[in-house]
Design a protein. Structure first.
Length: 190
């Protein structure tokens, strides 16, 4: 069935002046062109989730905070995820870690990939850490990912990614692998 897969793109930085909006919009616009899934862009700036504070561990699935309950419902709607993340001090933002940690079962048995940005290594160290967390959340991190180095010079004045054709080919490969895993895991969950 066309468009029955749902992919959420999660922007994992809330800093003022962040580059993530350009990166997130770029990947979202490419995702909107696909016919094999529908996509939704989620900006963590719109989700003021308190740092994890529940008495019960998230793995129990009983969330006392109404916003966390709403977050769990939103994440549960997805079949796959693309996380857009910067690299801060060789890691990823605390706000993204918290968004992952406050819920549990809603992430399970779903594929995830990453679009990262930063300095010389394009955020790859943040993705290394996120892959470990994804495995603990019983997600399936796929191999294909996008790394954008020197983010401060990666986009032109019009907000377009330089070397767009090269990146678009990599993104297409990433989407294809994400869709394959999303279909396989959705079938298994059903």
């Amino acid at each position: 069935m066309e468009n029955d897969l749902r992919v959420q793109i999660i922007l994992g930085s809330t800093r003022d002046g962040r580059s993530g909006e350009k990166v997130g919009n770029w990947i979202h616009n490419l995702a909107l062109k696909r016919k094999d899934f529908t996509t939704e862009f989620i900006d963590l700036k719109d989700w003021d989730i308190k740092f994890i504070h529940d008495v019960n561990p998230p793995s129990i699935g009983k969330y006392s905070d109404p916003l966390v309950q709403k977050w769990a419902k939103k994440i549960n709607e997805a079949d796959a995820f693309i996380m857009v993340t910067p690299e801060y001090n060789h890691g990823y933002p605390a706000v993204l870690k918290n968004a992952l940690d406050v819920i549990y079962k809603e992430w399970n048995n779903k594929p995830v990939t990453f679009v990262s940005y930063g300095g010389f290594v394009g955020g790859s160290r943040s993705v290394e850490q996120l892959r470990q967390v994804a495995i603990e959340l019983q997600m399936a991190p796929i191999r294909e990912a996008i790394f954008i180095p020197f983010i401060w010079q990666a986009f032109n004045e019009d907000g377009k990614l330089k070397n767009e054709e090269e990146y678009d080919k990599r993104v297409e490969s990433m989407f294809n692998q994400l869709v394959w895993w999303a279909n396989a895991l959705k079938k298994a969950r059903d």
